[in-house]
Design a protein around this ligand. Structure first.
Ligand SMILES: C[S@@+](CC[C@H](N)C(=O)[O-])C[C@H]1O[C@@H](n2cnc3c(N)ncnc32)[C@H](O)[C@@H]1O
Length: 225
């Protein structure tokens, strides 16, 4: 796929997202990913792109198309249990009595992500495990990240929903983030997932970075200093 083809495919893909809502990832969230990834590519921040919690691959497709359309040339790694959420902890319990998420919720087979990438980017043939710069890493992030994260990271989308996995992911990633790397955080200030803000707040408490809220529901980011 050429950069020009990827550019056209991006427009079609945004339209497709609006026509096919899944209640998890909408075109507004994906638009934030697009702009933030574009800015690290424009600023030439070195390192790969990672998505921690890729679920069905809706954001992964956009990250891959953007990387191609903007000639980012970065490797891309996707991480997910493909078994849904792990057990929740007390930090994940909503204080307002709203229903908790459940262990096993949001499970999607790895084949779903592979076929999304294949259908929309044409760059991921139905073979495992690696092609055209996109690598899938099935398993719990607590088991995979330390050994399987790229050495340098320029952009990370952290969408793991829960306190424990997010705290673990930030610790595993932090030293690998290039200066200027962007870490986009999903479910920021989302009342049903209070563990997200708590995990990030605790992790950054003794670090120089601070979180910027985005002008859309439930997303925020920080830049590695
Ligand atoms: C909200 S979904 C991600 C949505 C996706 N980023 C998108 O844009 O469509 C959260 C994902 O995190 C995964 N997840 C949560 N905790 C995990 C853990 N400890 N290890 C691996 N995957 C985990 C779940 O399996 C689920 O697919």
């Amino acid at each position: 796929m050429t950069p020009q083809q990827a550019e056209r495919a991006l427009v079609d893909y945004f339209l497709w997202l609006d026509r096919n809502p899944d209640g998890v990832t909408d075109s507004l969230k994906v638009t934030n990913c697009f702009h933030l990834l574009r800015s690290v590519i424009a600023d030439d921040v070195p390192g790969d792109v990672v998505e921690l919690g890729c679920y069905q691959g809706r954001t992964s497709v956009m990250l891959s198309l953007t990387n191609t359309a903007l000639s980012g040339g970065r490797g891309m790694s996707l991480y997910d249990s493909f078994e849904g959420l792990p057990a929740l902890s007390s930090e994940d319990e909503p204080t307002n009595g709203q229903g908790m998420y459940q262990e096993g919720q949001l499970a999607a087979p790895m084949a779903a992500v592979q076929s999304m990438l294949y259908n929309y980017t044409g760059q991921y043939p139905a073979i495992w495990p690696k092609c055209s710069g996109v690598t899938l890493h099935p398993g719990w992030v607590e088991d995979t990240l330390h050994r399987q994260l790229p050495a340098r990271i320029s952009f990370a989308y952290v969408d793991l929903d829960l306190y424990g996995p997010i705290k673990h992911a930030l610790a595993a990633m932090y030293e690998r983030l290039s200066t200027g790397a962007i870490v986009l955080l999903d479910d920021w200030d989302y009342v049903r997932l209070p563990g997200v803000m708590q995990a990030v707040g605790e992790f950054l408490a003794d670090k120089p970075e601070s979180v910027q809220r985005l002008p859309c529901p439930y997303q925020a980011y920080f830049v590695k200093l």
